[in-house]
Design a protein around this ligand. Structure first.
Ligand code: UD1
Ligand code: UDP
Length: 373
């Protein structure tokens, strides 16, 4: 009998935790593997929210978040900290997800030790190294040496082949975010009290259509965020809508949004929601206004149109399928496109009924089988 394969999953932020907990659950259940978990703590509060609901207990927690951290100091701490964990744990494979600083540094630390890297959500490309920044470069770095590339879609797989990645190392799996969404939806169905806290807001905004909103991208800081806030303030003048906006803990986001939007009657600026409550927000929202990556993938699974407040997207499948539309960071454009969806039922229905291209909820199982080979 062969020895179980030792997999170390390394992550540090909210979206990585959401997209990796289904895989961690599956590895823990499977005797072909010994599963170990290292969290960097790049995010603290927003990471812990996910660890708690998904019952993931890390074997290593580097706890390295600092307020308003810079990319270079963060990356230096990550490389050193994760490197030390790898020296102690000596895994057979390191799993990373996506394109954060933790994913890039975790992969690089493994490469420096000649440990094979498996990359979940491989092959996303916007083609512009400044949008999203620095994520486009982070994922290209990982893609340049990963041993296994788990591409969520055929488009992502093709992007990797175009960069001369060995086709035998590329596998189209779907995105694990859909597996995570199914898991949380089932949990809420079993235990509705997990997602009850929005009820007072739902009552306050009864009769209005809810716009769910998130915004956090570094490349939007400054002018972009100001324009996004201005657009929301203009939309909030409509009596038939209300905006529910869980504000990211990044102080650069909070400063602008609090200054521009606090005090508006039908805008609720609230703390980051845990995953069950965010799933509930997706459910009650009429549409989502966001610059998030994950929300572009999740919202269509619940039939909610997504207006993407970015200049480019590395998830063109959503735009092509009609589930998402790029509206940039110009206030006029954001307002016009949102009002079109609010006022033109045919435009709304076309987006709400488009097919979600990001996965079927089986990505985790495909990845597990590939890791076992
Ligand atoms: C990071 C990722 C980004 C991802 C996003 C998801 C990088 C370079 N960026 O961006 O790809 O889309 O997470 O949300 O990896 N903070 C807290 N508590 C938290 C989380 C953040 O206080 O739980 C504050 C801290 O002041 C921290 C700052 O936010 O320094 C920025 O966090 P950081 O992880 O560096 O960047 P994000 O913008 O969150
Ligand atoms: N999310 C959450 N609570 C919130 C906002 C978002 O749980 O208040 C979840 C959301 O469901 C999605 C993920 O966080 O799965 C997206 O994370 P984020 O937008 O921070 O990062 P990105 O996906 O842009 O990297």
């Amino acid at each position: 009998m062969t020895a179980p394969r030792k997999i170390l999953t390394v992550f540090g932020t909210r979206p990585e935790a959401i997209k990796l907990f289904p895989l961690i659950h599956a590895l823990e259940r499977d005797e072909r593997f010994v599963s170990r978990v290292c969290v960097s703590g790049q995010h603290r509060g927003m990471l812990d929210q996910v660890l708690e609901i998904a019952s993931v207990a890390p074997d290593h927690d580097l706890d390295l978040m600092q307020p308003d951290q810079t990319l270079d100091a963060l990356t230096a701490r990550l490389l050193t900290g994760i490197g030390q964990v790898l020296d102690r744990d000596r895994p057979d494979v390191v799993v990373v997800q996506g394109d954060t600083a933790t994913a890039m540094a975790g992969a690089l630390a493994a490469y420096y030790r000649k440990i094979p890297v498996a990359h979940v959500e491989a092959g996303l490309r916007s083609g512009d190294i400044h949008h999203p920044w620095p994520e486009e470069v982070n994922r290209k770095v990982i893609g340049s040496f990963a041993a296994l590339h788990f591409a969520p879609t055929a488009t992502a797989a093709e992007a990797l082949r175009c960069e001369n990645v060995d086709p035998a190392a590329i596998h189209v799996t779907g995105n694990t975010v859909i597996d995570a969404l199914h898991w949380i939806t089932d949990r809420i169905a079993d235990e509705p009290s997990l997602a009850n806290d929005l009820v007072p807001l739902e009552q306050r905004f009864a009769g209005r259509r809810i716009i769910g909103m998130t915004s956090h991208r570094r490349e939007n800081f400054g002018q972009g965020m100001e324009a996004i806030a201005a657009a929301v303030a203009r939309l909030a003048a409509r009596p038939d809508i209300a905006v529910i906006f869980p504000v990211h803990l990044n102080p650069n986001v909070r400063a602008v949004m609090n200054e521009r939007l606090a005090g508006l009657d039908n805008v609720a600026l609230i703390e980051p929601l845990d995953y069950p409550h965010f799933a509930r927000l997706l459910d009650i929202a009429h549409l989502m206004l966001t610059d998030s990556g994950g929300v572009q993938e999740e919202a269509p699974a619940l039939g909610k149109p997504v207006l993407v407040m970015r200049e480019t997207t590395e998830r063109p499948e959503g735009v092509e399928a009609g589930t998402a539309k790029l509206v940039g960071t110009d206030a006029d454009c954001i307002v016009a496109e949102t009002e079109r969806l609010l006022d033109d039922p045919a435009a709304y229905d076309a987006m709400a009924h488009a097919h979600n291209p990001f996965g079927d909820g089986q990505a985790t199982q495909r990845i597990v089988e590939l890791l076992a080979l």
